[in-house]
Design a protein around this ligand. Structure first.
Ligand SMILES: [Zn+2]
Length: 345
């Protein structure tokens, strides 16, 4: 199955569904934003800064907690209306120019961008929307939307505020909600049935970070209580036949991020990733391919496809099916956008 000359351009326009704003802005842009805002950084040297906000191949990042810690700096730097606007604008334009991404979903937690309540949440969200709208005007071929993330380290009450904001801004380009962030002993997915259901009834898409590490039984809990149409990662399902049958039956799409899983050591190596993806294909589990955060992980979605095909994890046809799955499963599809020909008149 190995096709060493495969180029992702053969797939046509790409869709990327799983992209964190905190991991997706070019370090040079982040450096300028940090300086514009007078943020005190631990080093005055740019290359030290790059080391601070990217995942190297030197084994410094040993697990998901180490990875999550990198977001401390990117979230701090993006914590103003201007900074989040600049960030969102840059990611969307960059994705189109670099990889021909024409369907893009970006996710972030506005409450991790307001400096502990010092900044107004609505201004942060409005800044992100403005950045997206500017990118859409510049690149009318791109359809994009924003996902607001609830956080596993927040209380239910705090997370409900984020869920309410997502509903409030649903007609402005907020297309979905997610639950993410570092794991916390007090967190339980089943506590979120009510707010997540309210988001779904308001027309928002639901994707949940789950099954990246830990106990695969959490994925059952998520399916039962939160009923997402997509799951972020979900790679642990490959070890549970019943779960794979259930995911296939419910047509849940897993957002697979290969380089992210390898660099955080959620997956040991390409051979293990190959096993996971082959199992999903065998059981009819739908999945898309994303980066999680291209700049932080020093990859891009075209490269992800090229690795998967050139290393024999997927055939070119299967890669095309993953890309189509991402376009089809995107929450953006219900959104009116400036480049859209409405055909009303
Ligand atoms: Zn993620």
């Amino acid at each position: 199955m190995t096709q060493p000359d495969f180029k992702a351009s053969a797939l046509g326009p790409l869709a990327e569904l799983h992209v964190h704003v905190g991991g997706s802005v070019d370090p040079a842009v982040m450096w300028t934003i940090a300086h514009d805002q007078g943020i005190r950084l631990p080093s005055k040297d740019y290359w030290d800064f790059v080391d601070l906000i990217t995942v190297p191949n030197d084994g410094r990042i040993k697990n998901l907690d180490d990875y999550a810690a990198l977001f401390h700096w990117t979230e701090l730097i993006q914590s103003s209306p201007e900074a989040i606007e600049h960030s969102v604008h840059q990611i969307i334009g960059g994705g189109y120019r670099k990889c021909n991404i024409t369907t893009m979903e970006l996710r972030f937690n506005p409450m991790k961008r307001n400096r502990g309540g010092e900044r107004d949440l609505d201004h942060i969200i409005a800044g992100a929307i403005r950045g997206m709208e500017r990118a859409e005007l510049e690149y009318p071929a791109v359809r994009c939307g924003l996902i607001l993330m609830l956080d596993r380290t927040f209380s239910v009450e705090l997370n409900e505020i984020v869920a309410r904001k997502a509903i409030t801004y649903r007609s402005r380009g907020i297309i979905g909600v997610d639950i993410a962030g570092p794991r916390h002993p007090d967190f339980r997915y089943r506590d979120y049935g009510r707010p997540i259901d309210a988001c779904r009834r308001a027309g928002l898409g639901v994707t949940i970070h789950c099954g990246e590490e830990g106990d695969p039984r959490e994925m059952w809990e998520v399916l039962e209580h939160l009923r997402p149409s997509r799951i972020g990662h979900g790679i642990l399902a490959a070890g549970d036949e019943q779960l794979m049958h259930e995911l296939a039956k419910q047509r849940v799409v897993l957002e697979i991020c290969p380089t992210s899983n390898l660099k955080t050591h959620a997956v040991a190596n390409l051979e293990e990733m190959r096993h996971i993806l082959r199992r999903f294909i065998e059981y009819g589990v739908r999945f898309s391919i994303s980066t999680d955060g291209p700049e932080m992980l020093q990859t891009h979605v075209a490269q992800e496809f090229e690795i998967l095909v050139n290393e024999g994890l997927l055939s070119a046809e299967e890669a095309a099916a993953c890309n189509k799955c991402a376009h089809d499963a995107s929450f953006v599809r219900h959104r009116a956008y400036p480049g859209m020909a409405l055909g009303i008149f």
